[in-house]
Design a protein around this ligand. Structure first.
Ligand code: ADP
Ligand code: MG
Length: 452
């Protein structure tokens, strides 16, 4: 690309953006940017402040890459230089912090907020072993905001229902605590909003809003705060102010707090309350979810076919939904019934043929022993010490779930009858959800097994 082409490419990029944003946004963000230098490999842009640079990269990176030269790593080859501020006459007083002009425009009065998805409610959330605890914690928080667990931090892989639970909390509070003001945001949106307010010099307004006009803050996908140094602090301040006033905060994330690349201060704050893990629902729950979603679409799936699908889609719930959507479209177009053969054909590329690495009884015993701090011999033995007996029941419960052997074969490992195993499974099922600490420990074993 020649230098003049790069200039031309920038002009085209601006043209492209102009058609996609409001004239005010264009005037605020793009009009002040100047080209300092352009070569075939790189363009240097002068921006009025760091926020414009941030805004450009966080909102338009994909388009910048499409229009402008790129680096070998695929990033846009843009250098930024921040324009030196226009010198003002020194203020008469020695006040160290100049007071920002506070003239919020019409447009800036509406603060960014996510509308709660009307389908995401507790009533449409199907529970099972792996998400039961998350749901009870969420119901607890929604019933008594700011009282039980604050913050509630929900982490887990994509498509497992974190946003669903977050919005369910929002709906429940709005319906049952009408006076409380619920604000649901994504981290991305919060940052964009903040940038926008900084630019319009109305950031104090935004701060005031978050610190005094919000009773419940729901934050989706906190992982996007990573690598956004400029914003971590502002987020943390908001967070602390709310927590100090016993305002409820719920956060979702794709990883646990300690694994987020954020400052220690922020991580510590996240860990103040209750941290819960949302796992992939186990087979029976996946079947129930499938049947539930099918019913909503007026689709009838024979139970054995639902089992077949649930057994072969193990990555996340969103994919299960995708399967239902595809089946539903197929049935409507071709007017055929759902059979296993038809499912195999229609969902060919979605179904995993290679089952997950098989988990063995030994692995279950090892993980339970490590987390419950008992020995493997204890787990196979017959001590009636309470802690040992519970750990043994947990091992049986998880062995039944993860190891697809018959109860009789499992019994041999534990030197017990199959009815003892069954009894243990029922006893643990009853305790899950009710006994927080036990539920948490079981979650830890699961994670250990699933990530081994
Ligand atoms: P995440 O935020 O964890 O990526 P979502 O909350 O967006 O996942 O969930 C993906 C989809 O799966 C949503 O449509 C949601 O309604 C559905 N879903 C997830 N878990 C469940 C569940 N236990 N019961 C019913 N629907 C679920
Ligand atoms: Mg989500």
């Amino acid at each position: 690309m020649l230098a003049c082409d790069t200039r031309e490419a920038w002009a085209q990029f601006l043209e492209f953006v102009k058609n996609r944003c409001t004239p005010t946004a264009f005037g605020n963000w793009f009009a002040p940017i100047r080209i300092v230098e352009a070569s075939a490999e790189e363009i240097t842009l002068e921006v009025p402040n760091i926020f414009v640079q941030e805004y450009l990269l966080s909102n338009y990176k994909k388009d910048l890459v499409a229009f402008l030269p790129t680096l070998p790593n695929g990033e846009p080859a843009i250098k930024f230089s921040v324009a030196s501020p226009v010198k003002k006459a020194p203020a008469a007083s020695a006040a160290p912090t100049p007071v920002a002009e506070e003239r919020p425009s019409e447009e800036s009065s509406g603060l960014y907020e996510i509308k709660l998805n009307t389908n995401y409610r507790f009533s449409s959330f199907i529970e099972g072993g792996n998400n039961q605890f998350v749901k009870s914690a969420a119901v607890g928080v929604a019933s008594r905001p700011g009282v039980s667990y604050n913050p509630l931090f929900i982490h887990g892989g994509v498509g497992l229902g974190k946003t669903h639970i977050l919005h369910s909390i929002g709906h429940h509070i709005k319906e049952n605590h009408k006076k409380l003001r619920v604000q649901c945001i994504t981290t991305e949106g919060f940052i964009n909003d903040l940038v926008d307010h900084l630019r319009k010099k109305s950031v104090d307004r935004m701060k005031r809003f978050y610190r005094s006009d919000v009773d419940v803050l729901l934050v989706d996908d906190i992982q996007f705060l990573q690598n956004r140094l400029n914003f971590e602090e502002e987020f943390c301040n908001t967070f602390e102010t709310l927590i100090n006033q016993n305002k409820q905060i719920v956060i979702t994330s794709d990883k646990p707090p300690a694994q987020l690349k954020l400052s220690k201060r922020v991580i510590d704050r996240m860990e103040w309350g209750l941290v819960v893990h949302m796992g992939m629902p186990e087979l029976e729950t996946r079947v129930a979810i499938l049947q539930h979603k099918a019913e909503l679409k007026g689709l009838s799936i024979p139970n054995e076919v639902a089992f077949f699908i649930a057994e072969h889609i193990q990555s996340n719930v969103r994919q299960l939904e995708g399967a239902i959507n595809r089946l539903s479209a197929h049935c409507r177009l071709l007017n055929v019934a759902i059979t296993q053969e038809m499912v195999e054909r229609t969902l060919k590329e979605m179904l995993v043929t290679a089952p997950r690495e098989k988990i063995t009884v030994e692995q279950v015993l090892k993980s339970v022993a490590a987390i419950f701090q008992v020995s493997i011999n204890d787990l196979k033995g017959s001590s009636r010490l309470k802690d040992v007996a519970i750990a043994r029941q947990v091992a049986m419960y998880l062995a039944k779930e993860y190891v697809k052997d018959s109860l009789i074969t499992l019994g041999l490992y534990f030197r017990k009858t199959h009815s003892t195993i069954l009894h243990a499974c029922k006893a643990i099922e009853k305790k899950i959800g009710a006994d927080e600490q036990l539920t948490r420990m079981i979650q830890m074993v699961r994670r250990n097994l699933e990530t081994a």
